[in-house]
Design a protein around this ligand. Structure first.
Ligand SMILES: [Zn+2]
Length: 336
């Protein structure tokens, strides 16, 4: 099914989303992704590992500083680096750049660990995403990271701001799910939506975790759910569409279908959303919604859990590919 996501739009950008949105749930991936996007957005063809390690290490310690209680979910071999990061976090944040000790630990662990695994497809026996974004070259004394054309294509695309925001949203959601207290409720019960603020929140404390748009737009390839054209936050005016309009609620007495939940909410151009108003969704919109939800199901974080619970509540297994289309058809049929 991750393959399905790529097939819908076989581009370097989709490969990037496979790695960042559907890859392993570890913070070193997000730190590397952010550092790579930043370097490539400057149009660079290569960068010293030392220079890539700085934003990598800084973004990690900034997250650690915000969530000091977080558990250490790391890829094998990553514990040493993360324990150094914890020790050096306060001082690095104070300095505004990583301490020498932290930088040395990052430069040692990156090529051996996260940079080996970043391209891997999760749970697919060593298969990799279809595009490569970097190669580590140079000598052991001075490592150089070559940034590929594919990476520059991604980092310089019209969706570059969106990609950074998606990465930040996913990191925030995952980070919250590591956090003591909130984490367990997120992982078990999924997320809630604050429709007024358009934020995803944890069910227990109702604290904002990430924006709805930033959290889900990558899974719909950064496209408007209504017209399927590119949707660029910051350039386009973005609305969050109820794919089945909220006004349908009264047509569904007793059906107990929550139209205000993630499964039915999708970013759209504001003009498209205004024009659609209370009309029922078209076949194309429903197909896009089902594909978007299937893509989220491939992403190992609490959004997936939220969607699983929706399916289970309505008699589905919550684990079989294709269930979203069946569920969405069922809702539509109930509307007559
Ligand atoms: Zn549109």
């Amino acid at each position: 099914m991750t393959v399905e996501f790529f097939r819908e739009e076989p581009t370097a950008r989709s490969s990037w989303r496979l790695a960042v949105l559907m890859g392993a749930n570890v913070r070193t991936y997000f730190a590397l992704g952010g550092a790579l996007l930043g370097a490539a957005a400057e149009g660079r063809t290569d960068i010293l590992l030392r220079d890539l390690a700085k934003p990598y290490a800084m973004s990690l310690v900034e997250h650690l500083a915000q969530a000091p209680q977080a558990s250490s979910k790391v890829v094998a071999g990553g514990l040493d680096f993360l324990s150094v990061a914890r020790e050096e976090a306060a001082e690095s944040v104070r300095l505004g750049s990583p301490t020498e000790k932290l930088l040395a630990a990052a430069m040692k662990s990156m090529p051996a660990m996260v940079m080996q695994k970043f391209h891997n497809l999760r749970g697919d026996g060593g298969a990799e995403v279809p595009h490569r974004f970097y190669e580590v070259t140079g000598t052991s004394r001075e490592r150089v990271v070559k940034l590929t054309d594919h990476l520059r294509e991604v980092a310089l695309s019209e969706q570059k701001a969106s990609l950074q925001a998606e990465l930040a949203a996913r990191w925030s959601i995952v980070e919250t799910s590591f956090a003591a207290g909130v984490g367990r409720s997120l992982v078990e019960e999924g997320v809630a939506v604050d429709l007024e603020a358009l934020q995803i929140t944890d069910k227990e404390r109702r604290r904002s975790v990430a924006g709805v748009t930033e959290a889900v737009i990558g899974f719909q390839h950064g496209r408007c759910i209504i017209c399927a054209e590119l949707l660029t936050p910051g350039v386009d005016d973005v609305a969050v569409d109820h794919v089945f309009p909220y006004s349908f609620k009264r047509l569904l007495p007793g059906a107990d279908i929550d139209l205000d939940a993630i499964w039915n909410l999708a970013p759209a151009h504001r003009p498209c959303n205004g024009q659609k108003s209370n009309q029922p969704p078209t076949q194309g919109q429903l197909i896009r919604l089902a594909l978007r939800n299937e893509a989220i199901m491939q992403s190992p974080h609490p959004l997936k859990r939220t969607l699983q619970l929706t399916l289970k509540r309505h008699g589905f297994t919550g684990g079989r590919v294709g269930e979203w289309w069946d569920f969405i058809q069922e809702v539509r049929n109930q509307l007559g």
